[in-house]
Design a protein around this ligand. Structure first.
Ligand code: ZN
Length: 168
């Protein structure tokens, strides 16, 4: 396995959270500013392994996304939803996803490609639920919470400093 180039970024804003993402073929690892050098080395190794394992998996394509969305539609929405289209987008900077209730077109941030499948599923379910409810109402969350990992996925995304769900 080719070694992944790593760039460590220390942030005084971070206290405990560590995160990593790929950017232009480089693995960016965000660490709390106060972390020791020894801890840094450990985290770099851990994140490199994690990223290498992810890269070994099947790529996440728009086609696989549609398949997944249809499965989740069946499982949590009795297959009633009309999904216009669903694809990954690099243009979703702040948001995980977006959904047009008019056309049923869903866009999922490309960053989700690198996240665990249960987090990606959560974002898909979230956007699917917007096909029924435009805003974040009680009824909306009741739908989303049918997905058993909803709470866990929200925690995961908050820990990654990605607190904005979408434009809805
Ligand atoms: Zn939303």
């Amino acid at each position: 396995m080719k070694d992944i180039p790593v760039k460590v970024i220390r942030s005084p804003r971070r206290r405990k959270t560590v995160s990593a993402r790929m950017s232009n073929g480089e693995l960016l690892i965000y660490l709390p500013a106060r972390m020791s050098r020894r801890e840094e080395r450990e985290w770099v190794e851990r994140m490199k392994k994690r990223m290498a394992a992810k890269r070994g998996r099947a790529p996440r394509t728009d086609e696989s996304l549609m398949k997944r969305a249809e499965e989740l539609n069946k499982k949590y929405f009795e297959g009633k939803l009309k999904i216009g289209s669903i694809s990954f987008s690099d243009r979703q900077r702040r948001w995980h996803g977006s959904c047009s209730t008019l056309t049923g077109d869903i866009r999922i941030s490309s960053r989700l490609k690198e996240m665990p499948h249960w987090v990606l599923d959560y974002v898909i379910v979230h956007e699917l639920a917007h096909l029924i409810h435009g805003g974040h109402s009680k009824e909306f969350w009741r739908l989303v919470n049918r997905y058993p990992y909803a709470e866990r996925a929200r925690g995961f995304l908050i820990a990654r400093d990605m607190e904005d769900w979408d434009g809805a």
